[in-house]
Design a protein around this ligand. Sequence first.
Ligand code: GAL
Length: 449
Amino acid sequence: MPVYINGKPVIDTDGNIMHCHGAGILEHEGWYYLFGEDRRGRSRVSCYRSRDLVNWEFRNICLTLDSATKRHYVRTDLRLAPMNSGPMTPEEAAAVGLQPIGHRGANIERPKVLYCEATGKFVMWMHFENGRDYNAARCAVAVCDTVDGDYVYMGSFNPVGNMSRDCTLYKDEDGTAYFISSARDNADMIVYRLSEDYLTVAEQVKTLWPGQFREAPVVIKEKGRYYMLTSQCTGWNPNQGGVASADAIEGRWSAIRPFGNETTFNTQPTAAVKVGDTWLYIGDRWDPSNYLNSTIVMLPIKFDGGSCSIDWADEVNIDGGKITASAREISDVRVMLPGCVEYLGSDGYSVFTRKLGYADPALIWQREERDGSLLLRHKESGKYLSCEGILDNCRDGESRFLWEELRGEKGSLLVSRFSGKSLLVHGRRVILTDAEDRHFEGYTFVKNY
Ligand code: GAL
């Protein structure tokens, strides 16, 4: 039975790591085609295909900095790269939050592809930036006669004059296609109905959740109802996902409700696909410290009363049309503080807080049970958290390393077995405080997904 393992890189059928991020998925002639970001060298959009979502075959780099271009029937900017562009310098890469992995030129994000029955062509929409910063805020279009061929780039533009960043495409059952993207510096989510050939915008039809700053849109239609998944705007760091629903795309959308946990299980929405009767959520697990280590997470979606939800699963079994998901016992915990995470001070033992790349090993803690108490081992240093709020080597039987975890609605609190004091975050320091001061929001333990 094909099993998809979440949080691990996918090795394609040639034995290479799959690079396909911010991806979109298209079903075509019995295959799932995945189009996504590949930022290495001059590559920009890669394409893989699979029959089971587990075994992926590399097909093509469908868009590169050297792709053929063709003028659109609206005024667009055809430039993909400056003349003779070479590798980015570390400074240039850092300006767009990356390692120096690509050549100077367009930064292409979140490519999505639809098949247009009216023209018989495959049409790709994407987010375009100039590769130096995020100020262009444009969408771009490319087109191809075959699903995984070399796409012809038709240029970038601001739809209806708007900024356009994180985006998705949605094709309704009657063939009407929509492009949906974050506008006004991400404050609004705008829905555009596309022209019949899907090559440009016919009309701006909706402004969703104005001023609510949503990104990473994904649209699903289930039993006649539309659902839109989105994230908040925290760059490469994960946040609480959201879902809203409506009877019609151009109709009245509900308010946004939480989707997944406070980090959407350390993912950001990018796509969804229906397998048999089950929808699978597809999210990016970004690695801000090394973009190329980012992975793809797939989780089955449950629908209930006009909303939908996901639970964590380590593995997703895809057996023909049937999907079952299972979570192994979790032994690591991630200590997460609002807006920041922990690290070990330069003195080697103080525990401080600061913003870290989400996948930084300094924030992984391992949970150990001893005599009915909890011990927390800092994975990177191998040391244990003591009742003084410092990291130290732990000798057997030392009660200063024993903690009790009290669970509240918003997280849990650690109380020292030795002193009865509880661990809290105060400014940038982790401190111990008397039991009366317990404040469950100050310190949140979440599972290490
Ligand atoms: C995210 C966005 C990604 C990428 C990133 C850059 O919020 O969803 O697609 O643009 O920011 O920081």
